[in-house]
Design a binder for this molecule. Structure first.
Ligand SMILES: Cc1ncc(COP(=O)(O)O)c(C=O)c1O
Length: 395
């Protein structure tokens, strides 16, 4: 079965009792038993639920995985992995540009209980090799990263992880299985913020962990029931609905991102564009090798002042100023004061996360409208500058 067919058919037969083409939402907390301990495979919805099970089946199929567990958010999914694998004294390697929430949970929840967090440039294989030792339990990869879309050679890092008996986790939120299949590159666990492209409509918060090896999956799956961070049946149903257009949406997101990256690249008010599809992007060649598309996200640094960045981001017609990404409606975000605000300013500066950086999540609108909105915003910045100069010259 090809990818787009899986999104519509995998784990989603018509409902047998009524023929309902789309499976109902099993909005129930519990299940009637035939006799004590004699259930029909479901006893309580924290433990299992048919709607969640359908979602987990599709997610596993799409990632070429055998196992999937859905959680109430991407961070709940991350927490299940971290809690399952990290003990005091263990070490974890994370990328410089890792998602702010991943940085926060590690530094505020796991570091205080004795976990050593090594934040390095995972794009530099020598640095990964140097940071890995017998205590390294996890090498955590995000590629492309959030927000600068930096690329890591997943296959090469996987080899380093496995040579040290560490587990390689890949956060595949930005690429999605449409453009990148980490298990085919040696990942042991894949994590998603399903909230983003997989659900795809900015109306669900959800996460998932996927695996191919039962022994690696079991400790993470166990925590789904044991700690209870499960998604609601309704949210699972919404994601099942969203997934049916995943491939179509990703194609449009990518088309839009490419048009925007090309329009911004070289513009006098743009210092730098981050898009792995640009030949000038430092990770372009590796992205070409390990991805089948460059994804839907674009970030750029405005060559301007803090006030200009704020004014630009707050006044776009089609790009709502909001956290998150991956929905059909376009979003713009200022990572330094929004998604990455939990990273202290000095640490952001050290990591190279500029306060002038803006992250775009182009939706599924027409690319000409989106480009016009952004170029129009840059023209407004220019006009405001000229007006200020004129006022200053007049004294
Ligand atoms: C790359 C990445 N991973 C994980 C998360 C966390 O997911 P959630 O917000 O669903 O908890 C996010 C959220 O923005 C993200 O961008």
């Amino acid at each position: 079965m090809k990818f787009a067919t899986k999104t519509i058919h995998a784990g989603q037969p018509s409902e047998p009792e009524t023929g309902s083409l789309i499976a109902p939402i099993f909005q129930t907390s519990t299940y009637e038993q035939d006799g004590p301990g004699q259930d029909k495979g479901y006893s309580y919805s924290r433990t299992n639920n048919p709607t969640r099970e359908r979602l987990e089946t599709v997610l596993a199929e799409l990632e070429s995985a055998k196992y999937a567990a859905a959680y109430s958010s991407g961070l709940a999914a991350e927490n299940a992995i971290l809690q399952a694998y990290l003990r005091p004294g263990d070490e974890i390697i994370i990328p410089l540009d890792v998602y702010g929430g991943t940085y926060r949970i590690l530094n505020r929840v796991f570091l205080p209980i004795g976990v050593v967090v090594r934040q390095i440039d995972t794009g530099n294989l020598k640095a990964v090799e140097a940071a890995t030792n017998s205590k390294t339990r996890i090498i955590w990869i995000e590629s492309p990263t959030n927000p600068r879309l930096l690329i890591t050679d997943i296959e090469a890092v996987g080899k380093i992880a496995h040579a040290h008996a560490a587990v390689m986790v890949v956060d595949n939120t930005f690429a999605t299985p449409v453009f990148q299949r980490p298990f085919e590159l040696g990942a042991d666990l894949v994590v998603h913020s399903v909230t983003k492209y997989l659900a795809g409509h900015s109306d669900v918060v959800q996460g998932a962990v996927l695996a191919n090896d039962q022994a690696i999956f079991e400790p993470v799956k166990y925590l789904q029931n044991a700690t209870g961070g499960i998604p609601s049946p309704f949210d699972c149903w919404l994601t099942l609905r969203g997934l049916k257009t995943l491939e179509l949406r990703m194609q449009r997101h990518e088309e839009n991102a490419e048009a925007i990256a090309n329009a911004l690249n070289g513009h006098p008010l743009v210092r730098r564009v981050y898009y792995p599809g640009l030949a000038t992007h430092p990770g372009h060649e590796i992205a070409r090798k390990q991805m089948s598309g460059f994804g839907g996200m674009v970030s750029f640094e405005l060559a301007g002042t803090q006030e200009e960045v704020v004014a630009f981001a707050s006044s776009r017609r089609y790009f709502a100023l909001a956290e998150s990404l991956g929905g059909v409606k376009s979003l713009i975000c200022h990572p330094a004061s929004m998604t990455h605000a939990s990273i202290p300013a000095e640490a952001r500066a050290e990591l190279g996360l500029s306060d002038m950086l803006l992250r775009l999540s182009p939706g599924c609108e027409n690319h000409e409208d989106l480009v016009e909105d952004l170029l129009g915003g840059l023209a407004e910045v220019e006009r405001a500058r000229t007006a200020r100069k004129t006022v200053a010259a007049l004294g």
